[in-house]
Every structure is written in C-alpha cells, then in structure tokens.
Design a protein around this ligand. Structure first.
Ligand code: PLP
Length: 456
C-alpha cells in the first residue's frame, strides 16, 4: 500500500489553501507565526461535534444514556468547559481532576470518580460534594468510603468496578479488563455488592467496567457487556439488588491511521464506530429493563482528533545509515520532543505527520525525525507505514512547520519539563475566526518554581 500523509490528512478533514495546511478555515502557518511553536491547536467545533456524535449514537437507541467524559485524556479547564457546554458530564481519577471539574462548572450529579487508590482526602471531597458515583475498586476502598461517609454523616453514592476478564488487542499497556490492577474479581462481586447494598451509609447505584483504551474491535465490548449484564441479573435474582446504572467505561478507538488496514493487526486503525458499539451493547443492556441508565466514559474519542501539534524544524543533518545499509539518512530535528508528546516514547505511539507550509507538495521523502531533547530515545519511530521514517516533502528544511495530528488525548496532559524545557501552550480555534489561548506556555519562572535553594 502506498502511504501518503497528505491524502490521509485530507481524509481527516484538513484542507489546503495557498499550499498551506488549514483547519476549520484557519491557515496553520499563520497560527504558528502568531503564537510560536511548539503549540497545541484545538478545534472547538470538533470538541462539540464529538460529544454530540457519541451521545446521539447511544440516545437514539437508549435515551437514558449519560456521557461522562474521561478527563484524564485532557483536563485543561478550557477544554472541560467547552465539553460541559456541549452536554458532557465528567469522569475524574483524582482529587485534582475533581476540583478542576468543579471549577469548570460540573454539578455533583455530573461527576463519577474512578481510581485504584483513592486517598481519604479524595474520598472526602467526593462524598462531601455528593457526586453521582464513587466507583469503588476494592473491598478495602469500600470500607474507606463507608468510614468517610459515617464521619460526614452523608451517604456516599457508590458503584463497584468489576473486572470481567476480557482481553483486547490494543497496546498491552492499555488493557484494563484482563488480569489488570483495576476492579474486583467476578467471583468476589456478589459478596461485595451485598455489603454495599446492606450498608446504611452507602447508596449503591451501579456497576462499572472498562475494557481498555483504543480497543480496536467490538468483540471485547460485547463479551464484557454480556458478562456484566449476567452478573447484574444474578445480583437481582439471588440478592434482590437492583442497580440504577451500568457504566461501560471508555475505550472507543479513533482512526490514527485512515483507510482499510486491519485493526486486529494494527490497533491504530479503528474497527468500529460509536453507532456500531451502541447497536451491539444496548440490546444486551436492555435485558435489564428499559429504565436502566447507561453511563459511558470515552476520553480519546472525545478529544483525540480535536488537536494538532505545530512544530518547527530547527536543524538538519545527513548521517550514514545504519550498518549493513548503504547510503545516507537525512535527519530533521523538530522543536517538540517526548517531554511534550510522551506517548511516542512510552507506547511507541503513531501520529500522522504532514508539512504545514509545504502541504501541497508530494510527501514522498523518508526522513528520520527527532525531537530536541538530550536523550537518545527522543525520535519519532515505529508503528508507521514506513518503519523508522516519516515521509515529508523532499524540500523540508529548518524553518518549516510540521503538524502532528490527532494529538488531543493523553498528550498535553502528560507534559513535563525534562531538559529544562517549558511545557508548551495551547490555543483553541473558536467561532468567528477567533484563536483563543487556553494554556500559556511555561515561563522560566515556572521551570524553577518548585525548587528550593535558599538553604545554602
Ligand atoms: C476507568 C476508565 N474510564 C475511561 C477511560 C477512558 O478511556 P479512553 O480514553 O480510551 O476512552 C479510561 C482510560 O483508560 C479508564 O481507565
């Protein structure tokens, strides 16, 4: 298969004007010139669209569906506010995310809280605020929740996270329902649900599971839903426990790679849509009755395709290609590295890369592309149609701007200041041609803000 980054970008909805890459009608060369690089550029239109699309897909089949956006994918408060205004509720994983959710205006009934190791203080925040559901991850944690609720004299809304033991063919680090650290065993579930249901300080609300992230095929969702629905039936028939909601977690994949690749072989292809997911799982869930509420926790599907990273090429060089291959390799050094796009290093993540200022030119020259960090691992590698190489226009040179696409999830969230480099800024393409800053770049003051040296 011939790989053409330009065609892939056009399929993703980017456009071209005056040879430049454009998004939502904005010339990204101009945005890079106005705001500098590296820079995250978000689309407000796409953020709204994603919430609407996922909600509609489920509500068409089951009206009482609630989308709790998984904020660990991106908890920028500006982004959280846009999503809330678009109709999303929120899933949080820490006291910090819970407080961000409050600042972004989410009401208690719009918040669920996951996590394998919540502190007493985090549980206190959640019970005090009266959130929709603390998704309890162990018996130990259930006891903690009960003790906090007792102290506050306030009932805690609780769901229990169960691990259905269903593997999925995503990145091994992203499998969460198969011998993972999260959730309780199926075998333990009836006893724990009974303890929760019987307790005076617990409002037992629901059940939770999460198959994994960027799960490329439907099958694991169907299997897991079947297992959990059967468990809920058993809880009802054996223990007379009736749950209000079933939370099917996140994991909807996005097409980092377009076209007809096999998602089973390569999880950067998305093998199904939210419509297909809803069509597959809603009938199973409705075996529990039509009044059951469905909770969803998509993160990547809501923010993944809402941002590009603009980066400038700072330097170039030619070097001898690796041993046993003759010829030279052309290296390009960009101003963004894995301190900003950690997933490239952590999980060998694939991001489509295209030229911004030479977008019209044929992207047919294989370059090795590296970031600026003083770290041998700081280059963009693997998981590509051209392993180890990135295809860009042959004239690509220092001063050019390139775009990394679909970088809205698990990126800005994971930045750090390695090598004394500032975490980068972000802007939002809003309506009426507005470009709105939503994160300022770190200053030098930010780089040293946590250090203490007046002891010497
Ligand atoms: C419990 C839970 N819910 C939701 C998500 C969001 O997953 P995704 O971003 O793949 O939709 C995650 C992430 O792994 C998670 O751990």
């Amino acid at each position: 298969m011939t790989y053409n980054p330009k065609d892939e970008a056009l399929k993703k909805g980017f456009t071209m004007q005056n040879d430049h890459l454009c998004w939502d009608g904005r010339d990204l060369v101009q945005v890079a010139a106005d705001y500098g690089t590296p820079l995250f550029v978000f689309s407000q239109r796409q953020l709204r669209q994603n919430v609407t699309d996922v909600c509609n897909a489920f509500r068409k089949l089951h009206h009482d569906t609630h989308l709790f956006y998984a904020s660990k994918a991106n908890s920028n408060v500006g982004v959280l506010k846009v999503l809330r205004a678009a109709g999303a509720s929120i899933e949080v994983n820490s006291g910090g995310e819970l407080q961000k959710a409050k600042i972004a205006g989410y009401k208690p009934e719009q918040i669920v809280f996951n996590g394998v190791a919540k502190t007493q203080e985090e549980i206190r925040l959640a019970v005090e605020y009266g959130i929709a559901s603390i998704n309890v991850d162990s018996e130990y944690e259930l006891k903690q929740v009960i003790s906090v609720a007792e102290k506050l004299c306030k009932k805690a809304n609780v769901a229990i996270r169960v691990e259905p033991q269903v593997p999925s063919p995503t990145h091994p680090g992203l499998v969460t329902a198969y011998h993972s650290k999260a959730g309780i065993d199926m075998i333990e579930a009836p006893r724990l649900f009974k303890v929760a249901d019987d307790h005076a300080w617990v409002n037992l609300k629901g059940i939770h599971f999460h198959v994994g992230s960027q799960v490329p095929i439907l099958e694991p969702f169907i299997k897991a839903t079947r297992i959990i629905v059967d468990l809920v039936k058993q809880l009802h028939s054996d223990l007379k426990i009736k749950l209000e909601h079933i939370n099917i977690g996140g994991g909807i994949p996005i097409p980092y790679k377009m076209g007809a690749g096999d998602p089973l072989e390569d999880f950067f292809y998305a093998g199904f849509s939210e419509e297909e997911l809803a069509a597959a799982v809603v009938p199973i869930i409705e075996e529990l009755g039509e009044e059951i509420k469905i909770f969803l926790e998509p993160g990547r599907r809501i923010v993944g395709n809402t941002a590009v990273m603009l980066s400038r090429i700072l330097c170039e060089k030619e070097k001898v290609l690796e041993k046993d291959v003759s010829g030279k390799v052309h290296w390009l050094m960009a101003d963004v590295g894995f301190s900003t796009l950690l997933e490239t290093n952590n999980y060998d993540w694939y991001f489509l890369i295209a030229s911004v200022n030479r977008f019209e030119e044929v992207h047919n020259k294989p370059f090795k592309l590296a970031g600026p960090l003083c770290d041998g691992g700081d280059y963009y590698h693997g998981a590509d149609h051209v392993p180890e190489f990135k295809q860009l226009p042959s004239k690509t040179a220092p001063g050019d701007v390139i775009a990394f696409m679909d970088v809205g999830a698990y990126t800005l969230e994971q930045m750090f200041q390695y090598n004394g480099r500032p975490r980068v800024g972000a802007v939002l393409l809003g309506g009426d041609d507005q470009v709105i800053p939503i994160r300022r770049k770190d200053t030098f003051g930010d780089l040293i803000a946590q250090d203490i040296w007046d002891f010497i």
